[in-house]
Design a protein around this ligand. Structure first.
Ligand SMILES: [Zn+2]
Length: 117
């Protein structure tokens, strides 16, 4: 499973999350004009920029705390994901995979979870 970015067909810049205009060339890439961008899988490896530990979660989480990190992917995009790393260090190499991050009744939520690379 992958997370996809939006590649501007005019200049090739990959955006994540979606933007209405290209951050490099300014071209409009409206969501209903799928011919103006191409979905491309984002890199799953990168470097941990920062992280935080959440301890006051809503009652339907069945874990006592969550680690969330911002990762600079090797393709240049930044992404927020959970960390499955007991003692994270800033700048460490990480590798992500898509996992179930929350089960809410019949709704299954998937997201990217990073481990030490
Ligand atoms: Zn562009």
């Amino acid at each position: 499973m992958n997370i996809y970015g939006y590649k501007c067909k005019k200049c090739g810049t990959v955006h994540y999350p979606f933007r209405t205009t290209c951050k490099k060339c300014g071209a409009f890439i409206f969501e209903d004009k799928a011919d103006r961008y191409q979905l491309v899988p984002l890199s799953k490896e990168g470097k941990l920029l920062t992280f935080t530990r959440l301890r006051s979660l809503p009652g339907d989480f069945d874990v006592p705390e969550l680690l969330l990190g911002i990762v600079q992917l090797d393709d240049g995009n930044r992404i927020t994901g959970q960390l499955d790393i007991p003692a994270p260090k800033l700048g460490m190499k990480v590798k992500g995979e898509i996992r179930v991050v929350r089960q809410e009744g019949y709704n299954t939520h998937r997201g990217i979870v990073f481990e030490a690379a």
